[in-house]
Design a protein around this ligand. Structure first.
Ligand SMILES: [Fe+2]
Length: 291
């Protein structure tokens, strides 16, 4: 039996153990506040959709560290599309309190679902990278981490999913849905206790129940938390699609959600994509344009 098969056999027990041990990041962050004079120590950085973009991820992690933020969570799609899946999963594994399973993480561990050819080829190439690491303990650690990702996380502050509260792995919540799919949004908000953090579309912003959508620019990069329900998309670290190529993430403060954008050396990532035959050149080109 190979490592992945062994892992699949033990998956449910690993997942149960993982869920039982998963830390409530907000409570943990609050506890950490007492021994730090930094005003950000009780904040939580929320990252998503890294897509194996090491240059973007390291830029974001360095910025989070500089701000004195101690807790990070990830909303999935750590891998898929990009050229550095092993380095990115190792960094997320070491730095994040928990990671939600995205559709690309699912695709590499289980199978691609509803993928176009470029995405499917990238998924199979990524799986091959996981399998070809000769270091067996390291290889198994990555498979175990990937297979034990939760599909949702709920605490007393927020719900976190990759896609939507209805279909956590695969459903997209698009800004245009406020005009064209209001019933869909009603069904989504019915499942939102107060705040819900999502990724998946790679477009940051805030949905409210009216329904309406506010981009970070509409909000001057800061959404003030009130009693209203909100679905907050933190955008994408490694493949933004809002015509802004800078890496995107969000910070949950006590009273607000702050949206952050950071420039990184995108040309390095684009060159890496070009040098790997299995990765379509478009996957690099789109990073330059943020689409
Ligand atoms: Fe994604």
């Amino acid at each position: 039996m190979d490592e992945k098969s062994e892992h699949l056999t033990g998956l449910s027990s690993i997942r149960n153990a993982h869920e039982a041990n998963s830390t409530d990041p907000v409570s943990a962050a609050s506890a950490a506040q007492a021994d730090s004079g930094n005003g950000n120590s009780d904040s939580l950085a929320i990252i998503s959709d890294i897509h194996a973009n090491l240059e973007a991820l390291t830029t974001v992690l360095e910025d989070i560290a500089k701000r004195g933020i101690r807790k990070i969570c990830c909303l999935g799609d750590v891998i898929g599309y990009g050229p550095n899946p092993l380095e990115c999963i190792d960094l997320v594994l070491e730095n994040c309190q928990f990671t939600i399973m995205g559709n690309h993480d699912f695709a590499i561990f289980y199978e691609p679902y509803n993928f176009n050819t470029a995405a499917e080829n990238a998924a199979f190439w990524t799986r091959q990278q996981f399998e070809s690491d000769p270091d067996k303990p390291r290889r198994n650690r990555r498979w175990r981490y990937l297979g034990s990702m939760q599909t949702r996380m709920l605490n007393d502050k927020f719900l976190a999913v990759h896609g939507s509260p209805r279909r956590p792995i695969n459903e997209y919540i698009f800004p245009d849905d406020i005009y064209s799919a209001t019933q869909k949004l009603t069904g989504i908000f019915d499942r939102v206790p107060h705040l819900c953090f999502v990724g998946h579309t790679h477009v940051p912003g805030v949905f409210v129940e009216h329904p309406d959508f506010y981009s970070p620019a509409d909000l001057d990069n800061r959404y003030t938390i009130s009693s209203e329900k909100a679905v907050i998309n933190v955008g994408s670290v490694g493949q933004p699609r809002d015509h802004d190529p800078r890496a995107s993430f969000a910070i949950l403060h006590a009273d607000a959600v702050e949206f952050v954008r950071l420039s990184y050396d995108v040309n390095v990532t684009v060159e890496k994509v070009r040098s790997i035959d299995a990765l379509d050149n478009f996957l690099g080109q789109r990073l330059l344009e943020g689409v």
